[in-house]
Design a protein around this ligand. Structure first.
Ligand code: SF4
Length: 235
């Protein structure tokens, strides 16, 4: 069974929209949001997927068989699926039959992950693009939890992995440069994205962040879905 997040109305958070972040920003996609996470970022904007101190698991999560998830994906006129979370790699074993079945029908996939879990062979064969978002000190997670060297080394060696850093403050940049050096991340596969849940907060950080990208050779990325719809769930 897959633990799927629910929309505000209680339906599983499976929806058709455009990719709001990263290198495929703007691409029409079906989103599948899986619940639970192995980290606890201070600024997480999907705490309803994992923070059971403040959210009720039974209200926020529905457990569905892969074929039920597939039945909710296939009616959309779109054969590209973004698997997001929470941390979807916690459910990679449960995801396999869904990915296999959809792949046989011509679907392509990208996964949003925090980069702390090593992909299994079935995931490697099905996922066309990895959006890896390593967490920094300002996320509030202990270092040994947020940086798992073997996992990051694995992703760093994959040509279809992009590294998307959420930047809260200018001092995050030194940490990103150090990580980038440590794992030999190709600058053209590193994206810096301002942290923020409102268009105003994104705008405040975007000017100095674009300048930093020009200086450091990284790519700038914004959060298109926040600019379009704010912090609304299921868009
Ligand atoms: S890794 Fe992602 S889902 Fe998990 S707490 Fe951090 S931002 Fe939220």
């Amino acid at each position: 069974m897959l633990k799927v997040s629910r929309k505000a109305g209680g339906e599983p958070e499976i929806f058709h929209s455009i990719q709001g972040e990263g290198v495929s920003m703007g691409k029409p996609s079906v989103f599948l949001r899986l619940a639970t996470c192995n980290l606890a970022c201070r600024w997480c904007d999907t705490k309803y997927t994992w923070d059971w101190q403040n959210f009720d698991y039974r209200t926020e999560v529905v457990e569905l068989a892969p074929e039920d998830v597939e039945r909710r994906i296939t009616p959309y006129d779109c054969k590209h699926v973004v698997v997001t979370g929470g941390e979807p790699m916690l459910q990679q074993t449960e995801l396999e039959p869904l990915l296999e079945s959809l792949a046989a029908d011509g679907y392509s996939f990208e996964v949003e992950t925090n980069g702390t879990l090593i992909p299994q062979p079935a995931m490697l064969s099905h996922i066309g693009q990895w959006n890896v978002s390593p967490k920094l000190r300002t996320s509030g997670n202990p270092e040994e939890q947020r940086e798992v060297p073997l996992a990051l080394e694995t992703f760093a060696q994959m040509a279809n992995a992009y590294f998307k850093f959420v930047v809260s403050v200018e001092s995050d940049l030194d940490e990103i440069c150090a990580l980038s050096d440590r794992y030999s991340l190709a600058p053209e596969r590193v994206l810096l994205m301002p942290e923020g849940r409102t268009p105003d907060s994104l705008a405040r950080k975007s000017s100095w962040l674009t300048e930093a990208c020009v200086r450091l050779g990284f790519r700038f990325a914004t959060r298109l879905h926040i600019l379009l719809w704010g912090d609304e769930r299921g868009r």
